[in-house]
Design a protein around this ligand. Sequence first.
Ligand code: OAD
Length: 252
Amino acid sequence: PFNREQEIEACAAFLQSASKIAVLSGAGISTESGIPDFRSSNGLWQKEEVREAITRSCFSRQPERFYYYFSQLFLSWTDIKPNQGHLALADLENEQGKWVGIATQNIDGLHQVAGSKQVIELHGNLRHAVCQKCGTAKVMNGIKEKLENKMIPLCDCGGILKPKVVLFGDPLDMQEFRKAQIWMAQADLIFCLGTSLTVTPANTLLQHRRHDSKLVIINLEATPYDREADYVFHAKVGEILPVIVQKSQTGD
Ligand code: OAD
């Protein structure tokens, strides 16, 4: 019964009256920056060998194979910049003074580059690597050269360095996950942005939301949570979110 314009107005009104906003973002918020997502037709997981290689078990058994695929991914992301979607969230926090807590499944760090300050990286990040033997943390950029030369990055102690990302088969940081649950429980407005909402436990965060909170989903494709949402936009985050944010500010 509503057209898109009216739905955007309604979301802007939610935003205007919300005091705490929680965001669950996924790979779809970064596709407009040029990073492929996982499950779309051109997604990273379409190739079985990539899906199998970027896992905990492959890292443990065949680190050369893991790094062969991982470095293609890591090395191709160096000139990536935040897009209108990331920037709209940062504006909400920095320009409008809203409380915004972002739980992201992304490892690209683009929310922070955009200026968002409260970001939980549920699946880790690409900035750091940790030695599997002595536990020392290293900066990923420092090991870029080794990856370019197709070498396995090693710590000074000889142990293999693992990027600080959560691979299939790895546990999440439970302390951070618990914090994200609390953000969801405290929020009066929740945005799910560019995520298929099919990956557990990240998608279970939505179960922690309050019954009287509002849920807005912006994702190109349908998600299993669409019917629970107040508004769903099957559109690009970068096209819809900045308009909602701008309208909430000006009230027009
Ligand atoms: P998916 O690839 O599962 O979902 C991304 C969603 O974003 C898809 O449903 C797309 O339709 C949608 N999309 C793409 N571009 C968009 C755009 N510009 N605007 C709006 N929507 C867009 O990625 P995630 O949900 O992030 O985990 O996947 C979750 C986790 O699965 C990842 O963190 C990763 C993966 O396996 C690990 O590797 C542990």
